[in-house]
Ligand binder design. Structure first.
Ligand SMILES: [Zn+2]
Length: 477
């Protein structure tokens, strides 16, 4: 019905108004940037067709309110019950309050000794104030919360919720639907099956978990979004077993290439174990055994200059996650400027909140974008920033005054540098072009006021980041 209305609107406009050609849309976009209110610009960018998200940690991407809804709804969580650590049995004053809100399943709770159990309360028994604290415990929303809060506490609070397959796949469904609503057509998320268990603690085999996942993804609410979905299996580079994990991961991804399209390495790039060259021999060994598997690897998410990006390219990566210290390695920058092969996955809000680039006006993104290095925008751990892809676009446009050509190149880059097979890549690229063309037609016809009126009717969604940073309060529903 909606499509029919859009078509009818288009027809009426083409009969009654002079229409702008697609080529003229760049000028229309500049006029929108000048005339639109901040809310209108945000809505415009929410409705913009956006390509894909290539740098997305699934575990860090779930909006806290989705967590609450799913963990407290037995029809969605497979009949499980969840507890959270809300008080301390022994010398409460000596316990760091930041360890609050570690959240666990019934089966895990049952294994605790009575004293430990007394520290946990049922999620549904939290007071309203505690519920708000619980939600906020999963996002960087308060002054002083930055890198330390994120690495030392936020992840730990997830407890074992992702071990429940119903919960994990409901999270995945929400994630896909929200991205589809803001115009993404592809999601390449860092996602593994890990060790999932039933409510009584029985371990599910990977293949059992995979079957459950595919059944969930086939439900109409997800399938109807048309989202193209692929996964990257990720290893933690600083783990003592990282080299062995890499070998196991190669075997898994190679055997499941219909869903898993590549490998990522995340985690601290230093501290004795995380440095890129530690992995070179193992990648070479794997390449002698398996057909090509694309690599996207975190590198250059550091405060000081180093050679990590260069050495990560030597590992065989064709995508670099973050690359925020690239300007400190001019030789590698020059190489990237003169080759279309490697893309840098940029995540502005992550770099801001984790204090790698606290002042975004200093971010290397415009230098990369405008000197020929392929880049795209990504959300990283958007659940913990409480943000979405539109926030990344809005940040890029407001800080760096992107042209229409630059803006749309970001979406195209994300698809061109995805790890999709050739046929699927051609399909999403033509879908992207068709959607852009329709978007340009819809907002390019009529006069500027007509376009702004249409933008006013966009049903945008924003979360805590947009609210705290810019004062936007669009509905979460
Ligand atoms: Zn990342």
């Amino acid at each position: 019905m909606i499509m029919r209305l859009v078509r009818l609107t288009l027809l009426l406009f083409s009969l009654t108004s002079t229409s702008l050609s697609a080529a003229d849309f760049a000028a229309r976009y500049e006029a929108i940037k000048v005339s639109a209110t901040p809310e209108q610009l945000y809505k415009f960018l929410y409705a913009l067709p956006k390509g894909g998200d290539l740098h997305n940690h699934f575990g860090g991407s779930i909006i806290p309110e989705w967590k609450w809804d799913i963990l407290t709804d037995s029809t969605r969580n497979g009949g499980d019950t969840f507890y959270t650590r809300a008080r301390f049995a022994v010398s409460p004053d000596a316990v760091d309050p930041r360890v609050r809100y570690h959240t666990i399943r019934q089966h895990t709770y049952d294994q605790l000794d009575p004293q430990k159990q007394s520290e946990y309360v049922l999620l549904l028994e939290l007071s309203d104030d505690q519920r708000t604290e619980w939600l906020n415990a999963f996002r960087l929303d308060a002054p002083g919360e930055g890198r330390h809060e994120f690495f030392a506490y936020t992840w730990d609070r997830l407890g074992d919720m992702h071990r429940n397959p119903h919960v994990r796949f409901e999270f995945l469904a929400e994630h896909i639907k929200a991205f589809a609503a803001e115009g993404l057509i592809y999601l390449e998320t860092m996602f593994g099956l890990y060790t999932m268990t039933t409510n009584d603690g029985t371990v599910l085999s990977d293949e059992e978990a995979l079957l459950m996942m595919e059944q969930r993804l086939a439900q109409p609410d997800v399938a109807d979004t048309g989202m193209e979905l692929r996964f990257l299996e990720t290893i933690l580079r600083f783990s003592p077993n990282a080299l062995q994990d890499l070998e196991i991961t190669y075997a898994w991804v190679n055997a499941h290439r219909d869903r898993w399209v590549g490998i990522n390495m995340a985690g601290i790039e230093e501290s004795g174990k995380g440095y890129p060259l530690r992995f070179l021999d193992t990648y070479r060994k794997m390449r002698s055994q398996y057909p090509t598997l694309p690599l996207s690897i975190h590198a250059g998410e550091m405060d000081s200059p180093d050679k990590n990006i260069r050495e990560t390219l030597l590992l065989g990566a064709t995508r670099i996650g973050h690359g925020v210290n690239i300007l400190g390695d001019p030789d590698t920058l020059l190489m990237l400027q003169h080759s279309d092969r490697a893309l840098i996955e940029v995540q502005l809000i992550s770099n801001e909140l984790l204090e790698y680039v606290p002042d975004l006006s200093q971010h290397p993104f415009p230098e990369l974008l405008r000197t020929g290095v392929p880049v795209c925008l990504n959300t990283d751990d958007r659940g913990m920033w409480d943000s979405n892809m539109t926030d990344e676009y809005y940040t890029a446009v407001t800080y760096f005054n992107l042209s229409w050509e630059e803006l749309t190149q970001l979406g195209r880059n994300s698809l061109t540098h995805s790890f999709l097979d050739d046929a699927s890549k051609a399909r999403v690229l033509s879908k992207y072009d068709a959607r852009l063309q329709a978007f340009e037609k819809e907002l390019g016809m009529g006069d500027l006021d007509d376009a702004l009126t249409k933008i006013d009717h966009v049903d945008a969604v924003t979360y805590g980041y947009g609210n705290r940073k810019w004062g936007f309060e669009f509905s979460k529903e």
